[in-house]
Design a protein around this ligand. Structure first.
Ligand SMILES: Nc1nc2c(ncn2[C@@H]2O[C@H](COP(=O)(O)OP(=O)(O)OP(=O)(O)O)[C@@H](O)[C@H]2O)c(=O)[nH]1
Ligand SMILES: [Mg+2]
Ligand SMILES: [Zn+2]
Length: 357
């Protein structure tokens, strides 16, 4: 048998080895490290290759899950030094996936994960309900999870302490790590919790610091990171594709774009009850394109002043609107969307309830 010990650092083991078809010795195992529009990037014994799936595999695939995903082990034939053909996907140990909020379609996040790090920034974006959604995703996939509270440099020690205690109370079985990529506090602890040959997925909302953390683990600034732009309100995701990285210490980490739908579903929890109220109140604003921030005759801000609408919820509502690219629409569309969006949120909530989420 061929020596594949050099694949161990990529996470290869007896489980995958036993899945290789012995009648096809020309096939070699490789791991999917990135997925592009029409091709994959895989890495194996001979380094990185650009790979395409066979027509047969394409033909046989009926669902999203049937295609290779980042983290998958695939059996390839090498065409030349740079390219390969993916013949099959080897059976998976785990598959992290989720349903799109309004479709029945499945979104595959990554395969063969040992652990999910749920990254949550402790500053203004902090949200326990959203955190819980990620924990549920991991639990459903039978992947262990740990919470990484990042950006600890932005709050006081007491504030952090309170957050940790709240987390322990609500999720007693979930380990909590604290980090700051600015001061490097906790980075060593995070690195220590990563074992060679095991695969870790970084999840969390856009701007939480997933890529920054992975850069610190890699020891360089390979991955682009960026301040979230609230002003532009769109195209905020800095990381746009999943990518697998191999640490010098042997651990394997996967960077993900922040998941949009999780944000919306979560926001729906807090916003749903006030959504109709805000949309209805907005009908009485002087300007039809009122942003409820500074305009005179804004009925929404008046309601906030009168404590009829919670100020925080209004902020949340505004963010949510931006997230759905509300501001790219015409006024007429906005008005229509206000109604539709309220319904949409109700639908998501119902779906989540039906699924027991
Ligand atoms: N103050 C502070 N800022 C941080 C920390 N970690 C990351 N940031 C900043 O937060 C911003 C977003 O970080 P990213 O690493 O791009 O966040 P991300 O989770 O990868 O975001 P997406 O790729 O959009 O999903 C950047 O401006 C980082 O410099 C931290 O520990 N403290
Ligand atoms: Mg990123
Ligand atoms: Zn207004």
């Amino acid at each position: 048998m061929e020596d594949r010990s050099d694949l161990k650092d990529l996470g290869y083991d007896a489980f995958f080895e036993s899945s290789l078809d012995p009648s096809r010795p020309e096939l070699t195992p490789a791991r999917v490290i990135a997925e592009h529009r029409a091709s994959y990037k895989v890495t194996g014994k001979t380094g990185e290759l650009t790979a395409k799936i066979t027509g047969r595999l394409q033909f046989q695939a009926s669902a999203r899950e049937d295609y290779p995903a980042v983290g998958d082990w695939v059996a390839i034939t090498e065409v030349d030094k740079k390219t390969a053909i993916i013949e099959t996907t080897l059976p998976r140990k785990t598959l992290l996936k989720r349903k799109y909020s309004d479709k029945q379609e499945i979104q595959v996040i990554a395969a063969n994960l040992d652990k999910a790090f749920i990254v949550e920034a402790v500053d203004r974006d902090y949200n326990l309900n959203r955190l819980e959604r990620y924990l549920v995703l991991a639990r459903d996939a039978e992947i262990s999870a740990a919470v990484v509270l990042n950006k600890t440099d932005l709050i006081s020690f007491d504030e952090l302490d309170l957050k940790i205690r709240q987390l322990r109370e609500r999720f007693p079985d979930t380990p909590v790590l604290t980090t700051s990529t600015k001061t490097e506090t906790g980075i060593a602890g995070l690195a220590d919790s990563i074992q060679p040959g095991k695969t870790y997925c970084f999840l969390g909302s856009s701007g939480a610091g997933k890529s920054s953390l992975i850069n610190r683990l890699l020891g360089d600034d390979r991955i682009r990171t960026k301040e979230i732009s609230l002003a532009s309100g769109r195209g905020k995701h800095t990381t746009t594709t999943r990518q697998l990285y191999i640490l010098k210490s042997g651990g394997i980490v996967i960077d993900n774009p922040g998941i949009r739908e999780v944000g919306i579903a979560d926001a729906a929890l807090g916003v749903q009850d006030v959504f109709d109220e805000i949309a209805d109140t907005a009908q009485r604003c002087r300007y039809s394109d009122c942003t409820h921030t500074h305009e005179p005759g804004c009925a929404v801000r008046e309601a906030v002043r009168d404590k009829k609408i919670d100020e925080q919820k209004l902020t949340h509502y505004g963010k949510l609107k931006k997230e759905t690219e509300y501001y790219t629409m015409t006024d007429y569309e906005k008005r229509k969307k206000d109604r539709k969006f309220g319904k949409h949120i109700k639908k998501i909530l119902k779906q989540m309830k039906d699924k027991g989420l």
